[in-house]
Design a protein around this ligand. Sequence first.
Ligand code: NAD
Length: 285
Amino acid sequence: MSDRFVVVGAGTMGLGIAYVAAGAGHAVEVVEVDPARGTAALTRLGELWDRAVGRGKLTADEAAANRERVTLRAALADVAEGPDVVVEAVPERLDLKRAVLRDAEALIPTLLGSNTSSIPIGELAAGLERPDRFLGLHFFNPVWAMALLEIVVGPATAEETTAAAVALAGRLGKDPVVVRDMPGFATSRLGVTLGLEAIRMVADGVASPADIDKAMVLGYRHPVGPLELTDLVGLDVRLDIARTLQAAYGDRFAPPPLLEEMVAAGRLGKKSGRGFYTWTDGVRS
Ligand code: NAD
């Protein structure tokens, strides 16, 4: 089955979701308000498909077909009614997400999902006319490499919506977990805890970022250390999540001052070239 798939936001996650959906044969419309980011996302998608061809994972014809399935739109109003799936992947801000979700709902999608990392689905659903069709579709970064899809069932989500999301995960080649609607769900709550503590350890001078990461990779068999992961996710994204979790659970999730300072200085991680590490052409140095 081929879906009409809409992704809202062409940032780190939106482009990854578009890549996977197009690769699974779906027609994908990517809605991005910032024209420069929209164009950059299409360029990056092209590079990713070129790389897949170079590595022998796709033929040139398959890559070209994937590319043709993706269309860039400047606004949700430019998308025709009745898509099968809409995934919202705009920044982690409640007011912005609510507004985008209301506009997305006007298209009458069969399934409406948010890629939020931490905001309760019940809060995002306020103002929706069909909250029964809405849930969390939490993809992981980089979407093409990460098998997990965390499906978050909101208080009003219908059983058939959850079942449809599990089936969608299968069509996208993802392995789902279904979790209850609590801030931070299962993954962000634990992952951010580790990341924030690692940042406090840098501030305390316990060890260099590289050694703190190495300790977790070699000592605990984590595939990536918590500081490098923070660079990959984006320090601004992690700061937004920490604030959301602080509001929900208290000061154990208070963002460390070092994180606030780095974000204010534009050190956002891989996407800005500097975070806890320096990144050149997407490679850590
Ligand atoms: P990002 O800042 O890289 O991208 C967000 C994009 O949304 C930007 O390009 C922005 O211009 C666009 N945008 C803003 N308002 C818009 C609107 N009204 N319509 C269309 N586009 C709009 O953010 P991201 O890292 O891709 O994160 C997006 C969401 O995914 C957040 O909720 C985040 O918490 C979640 N998430 C992020 C990661 C990660 O590793 N970065 C992992 C899982 C989930």
